[in-house]
Design a protein around this ligand. Structure first.
Ligand SMILES: Nc1ncnc2c1ncn2[C@@H]1O[C@H](COP(=O)(O)OP(=O)(O)OP(=O)(O)O)[C@@H](O)[C@H]1O
Length: 255
């Protein structure tokens, strides 16, 4: 992560829906090549914020730049350098994964090798499968592959691991880390605190349209401990999820 360079800058972002204010003047930067998490309860305003940055939703007020481009004047340029997960409804049911990749690369106007994209997310064995025949984890991996088609500088992942089993989640964390290692900035939303702790360089807690904390997971935890907080119960060195992973193995096995 390069702290000297903000690749996304959000200043005083406000979004109102009729008389309801969903986002109440939030400001934050995302640094180049970090994994940045937006955390918070249902309805906090995470998806709204993401979609405004992605230029898919209009803001009410505030200023946003993405890699120096303004969402007000340069939405087209922003779309070229970001990767966004497509809605599953866009995955035509009669096409297999290779054919879908060909279709999407055509839409982006880029020339990619579909098998290379599928290999990036370890779905080469499913090249001829239809999307609906994939497991939950495989569907998510395919969806992440579609964000990489235009070799974006930044990808946005909205709850990438919701509904997945522990192995599939950990596999996806590895994939997201690998994407970052290859130089891509990642902005994600999640409800899972273990995910944020393991994966994110920095997290912003959003509640009722406001950012109530923003820092590295480590610093946020240290701040809490320094304030005198103590867990009521002694924590064991492993938890039930570790038992599950230990019993069932960690390899890719959702096929
Ligand atoms: N198109 C819309 N019209 C009216 N209200 C909306 C619209 N979209 C979102 N909202 C409201 O704005 C608030 C924020 O919604 P948003 O989807 O951004 O929350 P979220 O933090 O992503 O929640 P979740 O974790 O459930 O996905 C919610 O109260 C929601 O009902």
């Amino acid at each position: 992560m390069d702290r000297s360079k903000a690749i996304i800058s959000v200043k005083n972002l406000v979004k109102t829906y009729d008389d309801f204010t969903a986002v109440k003047g939030i400001s934050f930067d995302v640094y180049e090549n970090e994994i940045f998490g937006l955390l918070g309860p249902n309805g906090a305003g995470k998806t709204t914020t993401l979609e405004i940055i992605e230029t898919l939703r209009a803001k009410t007020s505030g200023e946003i730049t993405v890699d120096g481009f303004s969402v007000d004047h340069d939405a087209g340029a922003i779309k070229q350098i970001i990767g966004v997960q497509l809605q599953a409804a866009g995955y035509y049911p009669n096409l297999n994964l290779v054919e879908l990749m060909e279709l999407f690369s055509g839409l982006y106007g880029v020339d990619i090798k579909p098998m290379d994209m599928l290999e990036k997310v370890n779905l080469q064995d499913k090249a001829k499968a239809k999307y609906k025949a994939l497991s939950g984890g495989q569907k998510q991996r395919f969806s992440i592959a579609t964000t990489l088609i235009n070799s974006p500088k930044i990808i946005f992942l909205d709850e990438p691991t919701t509904g997945l089993d522990p192995q599939a989640r950990r596999n996806l964390w590895d994939l997201i880390s690998e994407i970052r290692s290859n130089g891509t900035t990642v902005v994600l939303t999640t409800h899972y605190m273990d995910e944020a702790e393991q994966l994110c360089d920095r997290v912003a807690f959003v509640e009722r349209g406001e950012i109530i904390a923003l820092d590295t997971p480590d610093q946020l935890i240290d701040n809490l401990i320094n304030s005198g907080f103590e867990r009521k119960k002694e924590v064991k060195k492993a938890n039930l999820e570790d038992v599950f992973i230990n019993l069932t193995g960690q390899e890719w096995r959702e096929g």
